[in-house]
Write a protein that binds this ligand. Structure first.
Ligand SMILES: *[C@@H]1O[C@H](CO)[C@@H](O)[C@H](O)[C@H]1NC(C)=O
Ligand SMILES: *[C@@H]1O[C@H](CO)[C@@H](O)[C@H](O)[C@H]1NC(C)=O
Ligand SMILES: *[C@@H]1O[C@H](CO)[C@@H](O)[C@H](O)[C@H]1NC(C)=O
Ligand SMILES: *[C@@H]1O[C@H](CO)[C@@H](O)[C@H](O)[C@H]1NC(C)=O
Length: 450
């Protein structure tokens, strides 16, 4: 009992000393406070920017200005059917159709962001702002592409004070002049985007004009890399695989390695954002050499990379970077819905890749709020996320959209922080196809869509 009291007194003395020694730079918030209660000897990070330890990940807006409620989903919700009973597109979107997002959904999403998330430190947006180019009757034009990107910037500017909250976009595969196609930079798309995104006051250096990727520092301890998965994607016919030295993918890999090395030297943590995940239900989505080299990079710098965020698939899915044997050989393990993965015991997980649900209601739309540590010793480590979603069928029925918490990662998966060792325990509990956690994973995989 005495020793506990002594430790408590020591703790109070140290904390007081710390506050007095740094009267201006010591920042308090609830999250730090909770962490301190768990681990009494952590010292709070001193830096130039006051951090809340929260950020958002949103993805795949796919706004369609031509969407018409009560029109025909087989006509992309843009035209009426001949038979009136086929006019059944919803006001807020049409689940499991080829339709994109109506204004109603987009407006309500940004309204929710504005009302609820003014305190986040930054927003990661993993791309695909524009509608799909599926409708043979109304194909995408370059003017439409530019207009669509400008419109999204307008929404962002009305929603966040970007001097306070950086909004960090990445390039999706529907953000180009032509779906999936982007040639080597510099090119007209990247230079147009540099202009269109200028109001967001991002770090769009020559890196971006040439490669479509950039590094955005949040403070001296944390950087976000906005990568350009178009230069890895095996659907992009304009580029070659990464074994070609001058391919844009090989050049991007070199940039990533250099920037990660830099971060290691400067003791910075890195969050990586890109549109397309390297692996999904259809297999590798990068050209093979790009894929292999990218996965090795993730493994080798897993001590620096605190988070990896993608979109594109409209799914809430987990992918693990595993290390096999003693030699540093890294693989990806994707938890697919249709195929229960063969999970070995004590799999050595070094990093977890999070794919977040989209705004476009292929499944129910989702918005994800992450929490990360702002304490000195554990700075940048992901501690939790809260998954918000909206039940679109219900919204269409009652004529009103409601955003609710779908689940909270730490509670649902029973882990204290989103560390590789925490996730390893989760994975172990999913080994059995009939396990509770595997069934939970499957429910959220498609954003609780019935
Ligand atoms: C639905 O379909 C009918 C054709 O039967 C069409 O005349 C009508 O304009 C459509 N729109 C609505 C909102 O019902
Ligand atoms: C969506 O918001 C825009 C811009 O604020 C506004 O002009 C438009 O009327 C809104 N549309 C709907 C359907 O709410
Ligand atoms: C923007 O794109 C158009 C083609 O749509 C091109 O003609 C123009 O030069 C581009 N602007 C810049 C600044 O690159
Ligand atoms: C901008 O990116 C460059 C690398 O291209 C990096 O050296 C610089 O520190 C970055 N600045 C900020 C504020 O992120």
């Amino acid at each position: 009992m005495d020793s506990i009291i002594n430790i408590l007194i020591l703790f109070i003395v140290i904390m007081n000393w710390n506050i007095k020694a740094n009267p201006i730079n010591t920042r308090w918030n609830m999250h730090d406070y909770q962490l301190l209660q768990q681990k009494p000897f952590q010292i709070i990070a001193n830096d130039d920017k006051e951090l809340s330890g929260k950020f958002l990940h949103i993805t795949d807006i796919h706004l369609d200005s031509l969407y018409i409620p009560n029109s025909d989903p087989s006509k992309f919700c843009r035209r009426y059917a001949k038979k009136s009973k086929k006019n059944k597109s919803g006001k807020f979107g049409t689940i499991k159709s080829d339709c994109d997002s109506p204004y109603e959904l987009t407006n309500s999403t940004f309204l929710f962001l504005r009302e609820k998330f003014q305190d986040v430190d930054f927003v990661i947006y993993t791309g695909d702002s524009l509608r799909h180019d599926r409708d043979p009757k109304i194909s995408l034009t370059e003017d439409y592409v530019k207009w669509g990107h400008k419109l999204i910037v307008k929404y962002i500017m009305e929603t966040f004070d970007i001097d306070k909250t950086k909004f960090i976009p990445t390039l999706g595969n529907n953000d180009e002049w032509v779906h999936n196609q982007l040639e080597d930079g510099p090119n007209t798309l990247l230079s147009n985007l540099t202009q269109i995104w200028a109001p967001l006051k991002l770090n769009l250096t020559s890196d971006f004009i040439k490669g479509g990727y950039f590094r955005q520092d949040i403070n001296s301890k944390l950087s976000v890399f906005s990568l350009n998965s178009m230069y890895f994607s095996n659907s992009n016919d304009q580029i070659k695989d990464c074994n070609h030295e001058n391919s844009p993918g090989a050049i991007q890999l070199k940039w990533i390695r250099y920037q990660l090395e830099n971060a290691r030297k400067e003791k910075r943590k890195v969050f990586i954002a890109q549109h397309i995940p390297p692996l999904n239900s259809d297999g590798e989505s990068f050209y093979h050499v790009c894929y292999v080299k990218y996965v090795q990079l993730l493994g080798r710098y897993s001590d620096i990379i605190s988070g990896h965020f993608t979109g594109h698939t409209n799914l809430d899915s987990l992918t693990f970077v595993t290390e096999s044997g003693n030699i540093a050989d890294y693989r990806l393990l994707y938890l697919d819905k249709d195929e229960h993965p063969s999970i070995k015991s004590n799999q050595n997980i070094v990093l977890v890749l999070n794919n977040a649900p989209s705004i476009i209601p292929v499944n129910n739309p989702g918005i994800r709020e992450y929490r990360y540590s702002t304490s000195f010793k554990t700075f940048g480590i992901l501690t939790d996320y809260i998954q918000y979603y909206s039940d679109i069928k219900k919204a269409n029925k009652i004529g009103k959209i409601e955003w609710e918490i779908e689940y909270i990662a730490s509670k649902t998966y029973g882990i204290k922080e989103l560390s590789p060792s925490g996730w390893a325990k989760v994975l172990d509990q999913m080994k059995d196809k009939g396990s509770k956690l595997w069934r939970v994973y499957l429910k959220y995989f498609t954003v609780s869509t019935n």
